[in-house]
Design a protein around this ligand. Structure first.
Ligand code: NAD
Length: 457
């Protein structure tokens, strides 16, 4: 564990707190165990939540409902503002702290609770020795730096999908997590969904015969960004923009660069391919049993982009094919998805719906014969995935979506993006994790990006 440093907001750290309690000095933030439910305090996982936007607030809400953890800190470079996915969404570190205090106050005997610190700089969260694990729900360009620093600080990590911004960064993340013996759960929550597990096990058991094609879908851009000639905007006083950019290149501020919309710009994310592909292509990898490897070729069928100079530079429409050594081809297409992932085999088809709530087999007898007619339409994916993470933090067992799985699945997204941006077909060596063939040099340059200032991994 790292050195104890003073908490910037004055809340005692675990060591200080225990000392204080032992000398019977009234601690201002003392909260009875009943506030957090039945689990003994020593067994609860203390969490720091980093990134409290669209998905971060959902993660926070679910962890607050979980009796096996306590949220001690929230951290966001945005103090609090509108401008997230929906106009009514008011998110950031202050609304997040308020959510924590309200949730725990409901269970506190006095009806009030003040025990959650709010930070702008995640390094202050990492420096607290009373925090066991961090939940990283920041834009993708931050996942690598934060994961590596968290692992070095001895924290376990729930890292949202896609695992990282680039393949090179993801390899470094995996190395760091293993070197420091940390638990990392990637946020591809279908891995904890029993319906999807059954479907993938059915495919792997040979129920539809030899699989020759897998079709996956990604959604279209669901936001409109400014076109060429867009004008920079003043940075709002709620936002630490430099810390939002972090490892990404220096760039003038525009509101559509940041909250939620970052996903449409390759400096911060991998477009909808990485956003949705970290779910749908992840299921393809799971069903094919290729979690420790990948394709040997990627081919862009088509890709469409907004005019040069648009703020959103990620492809609006893509179709690419990933070919595996076994001959199976995985396709990814931009669509209005009603299907998330469809496995086509010699003897049948397994189709997983877009919400990953259920699946059908063609013929239906495959599901009947497997005794799966009564698979419940459970959909607690996120909460179950969080629970699996907390369980593994305590047991030190492998979680359902460990760092290598997150890496291999997100790699498919990055390969698709590289082929879409360069056009054409590329060989890929899944062992060396390098492009092969005549255009390999250009493509290999896209395995990593230059990171700004101190934010290099
Ligand atoms: N598992 C899922 O189903 C799911 C769904 C949506 C999003 N996500 C993932 O969650 C991540 C965030 O997406 P979102 O839609 O919530 O984005 P968002 O823009 O709504 O939220 C990101 C938050 O991170 C904050 N942030 C940025 N840099 C920070 C830093 N250095 N320190 C602390 N906070 C920082 C931003 O201010 C913002 O509040 C992405 O990686 C995305 O792919 C996962």
């Amino acid at each position: 564990m790292n050195q104890q440093t003073p908490s910037p907001n004055g809340t005692p750290h675990r060591r200080t707190f225990l000392k204080t309690a032992a000398t019977a000095v009234a601690a201002p933030y003392f909260v009875p165990a009943s506030v957090f439910g039945a689990t003994a305090p020593s067994n609860r996982v203390n969490l720091g939540m980093v990134g409290l936007g669209n998905q971060g607030m959902l993660n926070l809400k679910l962890f607050l409902e979980n009796k096996d953890c306590t949220v001690l800190a929230v951290c966001d470079v945005n103090r609090g503002s509108y401008g997230y996915k929906e106009p009514k969404d008011f998110y950031g570190r202050d609304p997040a702290r308020e959510m924590v205090e309200k949730a725990y106050a409901k269970k506190a005997p006095g009806g009030s609770y003040k025990g959650c610190d709010a930070y702008t700089d995640f390094r202050e969260v990492l420096s607290r020795d009373d925090i066991d694990a961090v939940v990283l729900t920041t834009p993708d360009h931050w996942h690598g730096v934060m994961t590596i620093k968290a692992a070095e600080a001895g924290k376990d990590i729930y890292c949202e999908k896609p695992l990282g911004l680039t393949i090179a960064e993801q390899i470094a993340m995996a190395e760091s997590v293993r070197k420091h013996n940390r638990i990392l759960q990637t946020g591809s929550h279908e891995r904890s969904n029993p319906v999807i597990r059954s479907a993938c096990e059915l495919v792997r058991s040979g129920a539809i015969g030899k699989v020759h094609r897998v079709v996956t879908n990604v959604g279209r851009h669901n936001k409109v960004g400014p076109g060429p000639g867009w004008e920079p905007m003043p940075v709002p006083d709620t936002l630490d923009y430099d810390l939002w950019l972090g490892p990404a290149p220096e760039a003038p501020y525009h509101k559509d660069r940041c909250l939620y919309n970052f996903r449409f710009n390759y400096d911060y994310a991998g477009g909808q391919v990485a956003n949705f592909g970290a779910h749908s292509l992840d299921i393809a990898q799971w069903g094919l049993g290729t979690d420790d490897t990948g394709p040997v070729q990627v081919e862009s069928v088509y890709a469409d982009f907004l005019p040069e100079g648009s703020l959103f530079n990620a492809a609006t429409y893509t179709h690419f094919r990933l070919k595996y050594a076994s001959g199976v081809v995985v396709e990814s297409m931009t669509a209005e998805p009603s299907v998330r992932c469809l496995f086509e085999g010699e003897d049948g088809v397994i189709r997983i719906d877009n919400q990953a709530r259920n699946f059908v087999t063609i013929p239906g007898s495959i599901k009947v014969e497997a005794g799966l007619t009564d698979v419940p339409e459970q959909y607690r994916s996120n909460a179950d995935h969080h629970q699996n993470f907390l369980d593994c933090v305590r047991s030190r067992k492998e979680p359902n979506a460990p760092v290598e799985i997150g890496h291999r699945s997100a790699t498919l997204c990055h390969l698709g993006n590289i082929a879409s941006r360069l056009g054409g077909k590329f060989g890929w060596d899944p062992t060396a994790q390098r492009f092969t063939g005549s255009r390999a040099e250009t493509a290999n340059e896209m395995l990593a990006v230059k990171q700004r200032g101190v934010w290099t991994v």
